[in-house]
Design a protein around this ligand. Structure first.
Ligand SMILES: *[C@@H]1O[C@H](CO)[C@@H](O)[C@H](O)[C@H]1NC(C)=O
Ligand SMILES: *[C@@H]1O[C@H](CO)[C@@H](O)[C@H](O)[C@H]1NC(C)=O
Ligand SMILES: *[C@@H]1O[C@H](CO)[C@@H](O)[C@H](O)[C@H]1NC(C)=O
Ligand SMILES: *[C@@H]1O[C@H](CO)[C@@H](O)[C@H](O)[C@H]1NC(C)=O
Ligand SMILES: *[C@@H]1O[C@H](CO)[C@@H](O)[C@H](O)[C@H]1NC(C)=O
Ligand SMILES: *[C@@H]1O[C@H](CO)[C@@H](O)[C@H](O)[C@H]1NC(C)=O
Length: 572
């Protein structure tokens, strides 16, 4: 199959010399900034470098495009069709990358940069400004399975640059179902070549760049996802509020409404980024006690807390092993379901009939609980459509009453007393013992006995963890186990079923349009009517993540769910 390399001599070139984290440069074509990859991906074989060099004394790189043709004689019409197709599918390619010279060297189709001096070919990335502060460390591939911090920038005080490679380089296949999906990752997951910050400056500085990518992120990359950088997190995946609690790094901005609503957390950057940027497709976060569910609600996105153990969490900063999970944000049910299917590989994915029981806890839907009559209407409309979809009527439940009548004989009588301190105890003690102790010791050893700075909320948790200690952890773990055993039992609300995986779907409002501003002062900011996300939770039995993914995807195909847009409103 002949390949054509087209090189243009047009374009304005400006260079920013690289502070050597990763080599690479910025150039501007037709007013759009591009990042020229620092690592060559090919070499021009059949054009003497000197001939190009002579024509271009001041110019080192030339934009070019690799196209693939099925015909022997390549026509202008064919090229025009290819160009129209590329422009419709990709935001990196533009006509600035065009003109003709032949090349017999296999590369994925798409725009590249060619060095006139060396004949080396580099990937083309478009640079976007991270105006929401969603990213902590944008990164680029080192072309050897690792990543380097993005070394060049066109950012302003409103945000740093993120480099995204051309979408044309990637083709979806059976082995790579996620090919080309641009992915950001919460900065608690290790990625080979990058430091991990956990949202803490002292922690970022103290440890060397990681030499391995953990299973959860590597699996998505192996399936084709394109990693573009590390994203903001509440410190060490704990919970807190902007802006007072985010001392070490500024809290990412939720784009919804007037742009000053709380973004929730702790997967704050991943949620804010997917809700704001069309050029970012998915972002990975974690959920221990709501860190995916909170941002999905605040930012109006599809997102999940999976079954614990759905994917290994090696090389991830732990909050509490056994409760920690990795989830993903997307703007459509279809994309979200695609990622889930190629991520949680231990689960059965072939469920195409869904539970006939829809659990509805009345107290979650009262006017007092929702506290927003517009949201109440939307929520009731959704539940009615869900009833039709499942061909059932809701089953009214009272979780406390069910506990009272079906709990194990020796289980505590009051569910709320049993669970009151459970979560706080588990995460505080576990993270202090499994992260805090070694971090504080390593920091002290390097800094003459000093203690690192901790944001108030995460720091407070660790003080609590030291006070409670392992004995309280064991009690809390026991309480948690009593609850989980009941919930998962045949009498519980998370019972399994052979036909539909889960006996029931339990639904409740996840976010109901409550106004909560990031600066904690009450009152409006824009002085206009703004629209705030209303979102629903769907819960199924353990291990039924893929059944739920199929169900949600089908609900989107049926028009019950709709993909959301980026920006101020989900449905502009
Ligand atoms: C990677 O880093 C770990 C932890 O710092 C170290 O134990 C291991 O030897 C390193 N592996 C390689 C291949 O460098
Ligand atoms: C209900 O909403 C109003 C504003 O619409 C707010 O002032 C009030 O605090 C909310 N109540 C609760 C219980 O959240
Ligand atoms: C739901 O309830 C309505 C009215 O009570 C009834 O007519 C209908 O048959 C029920 N549907 C199912 C699927 O049970
Ligand atoms: C459940 O049991 C507790 C403790 O015995 C009791 O206080 C509560 O009223 C009961 N609630 C329901 C809904 O049965
Ligand atoms: C565990 O449950 C007992 C019984 O309900 C309760 O008194 C205690 O506070 C709980 N402790 C923790 C740490 O969850
Ligand atoms: C579900 O399948 C398992 C294993 O095939 C079987 O033992 C069990 O009886 C089935 N349960 C029901 C409710 O059909």
């Amino acid at each position: 199959m002949p390949l054509l390399c087209a090189a243009s001599l047009l374009g304005i070139f400006t260079y920013v010399s690289a502070v050597s984290i990763a080599p690479g440069r910025v150039t501007v074509l037709d007013g759009i900034p591009y990042y020229i990859g620092g690592v060559p991906v090919s070499q021009l074989l059949d054009v003497p470098a000197s001939s190009l060099d002579a024509n271009l004394p001041d110019v080192d790189v030339i934009p070019m495009t690799v196209v693939s043709s099925h015909t022997e004689t390549f026509t202008g019409k064919e090229l025009n069709d290819i160009v129209s197709d590329y422009i419709s599918r990709d935001d990196v390619f533009s006509s600035a990358f065009l003109n003709g010279k032949s090349l017999d060297h296999a590369l994925p189709v798409g725009p590249y940069f060619l060095s006139a001096k060396t004949g080396q070919v580099f990937k083309a990335h478009r640079l976007y400004e991270d105006t929401q502060y969603a990213f902590l460390e944008p990164a680029v591939s080192d072309e050897k399975g690792g990543y380097s911090p993005l070394s060049t920038t066109t950012g302003t005080i409103l945000g740093n640059s993120v480099a995204v490679p051309s979408r044309l380089y990637f083709t979806v296949t059976a082995e790579q179902p996620l090919a080309g999906l641009r992915m950001g990752v919460k900065d608690i997951f290790d990625v080979n070549g990058l430091r991990t910050s956990g949202g803490n400056r002292a922690y970022y500085t103290l440890y060397e760049p990681r030499n391995a990518t953990g299973t959860a992120i590597q699996r998505l990359i192996d399936h084709g996802a394109v990693f573009v950088g590390k994203m903001g997190t509440v410190q060490f995946a704990n919970g807190d509020r902007p802006t007072a609690d985010w001392v070490d790094f500024h809290c990412p901005f939720n784009p919804r409404g007037d742009g000053y609503l709380q973004p929730s957390g702790s997967s704050t950057g991943p949620g804010a980024g997917v809700a704001a940027y069309d050029w970012l497709d998915i972002a990975v976060g974690s959920d221990t006690g709501g860190s995916m569910r909170g941002p999905a609600g605040a930012d109006g996105l599809f997102g999940n807390r999976p079954t614990t153990g759905a994917v290994s969490l090696d090389n991830v900063i732990p909050l509490c092993d056994g409760l920690d999970t990795a989830g993903v944000f997307a703007r459509s049910a279809d994309t979200w379901a695609r990622v889930v299917h190629s991520w949680y590989l231990d689960y059965e994915g072939g469920y195409y009939s869904y539970p006939k029981t829809l659990l509805y806890q009345d107290s979650s839907f009262t006017a007092e609980a929702i506290n927003n009559s517009d949201a109440s209407v939307l929520i009731e409309d959704f539940v009615s459509k869900l009833e039709k979809f499942l061909e059932t009527n809701r089953t009214h439940i009272d979780i406390i009453a069910t506990w009272n009548t079906t709990r194990a004989p020796d289980a505590p009588s009051s569910l709320s007393d049993m669970l009151q301190y459970t979560y706080g105890t588990l995460v505080s003690v576990y993270q202090w013992l499994h992260l805090g102790v070694s971090f504080f010791n390593d920091y002290a050893a390097k800094h003459d006995g000093r203690t690192p700075f901790m944001n108030p909320s995460a720091g407070g948790r660790w003080i609590l963890g030291q006070r409670l200690g392992e004995a309280q952890f064991d009690i809390a773990w026991n309480n948690k186990t009593i609850f989980a055993d009941w919930w998962n039992s045949d009498d519980g609300l998370g019972a399994k079923s052979n036909e539909t995986c889960s006996q029931a779907i339990y639904t409740y409002p996840n976010s109901a349009g409550a106004v909560s501003y990031r600066n904690e002062y009450l009152g409006t900011i824009s002085g206009k009517t703004e629209y705030i996300p209303v979102t629903m939770s769907l819960v199924a039995a353990r291990g039924c993540d893929l059944m739920l993914a199929n169900m949600v995807r089908e609900m989107e195909a049926d028009g019950i769910l709709t993909p959301v847009a980026t920006g101020s409103t989900m449905y502009p």
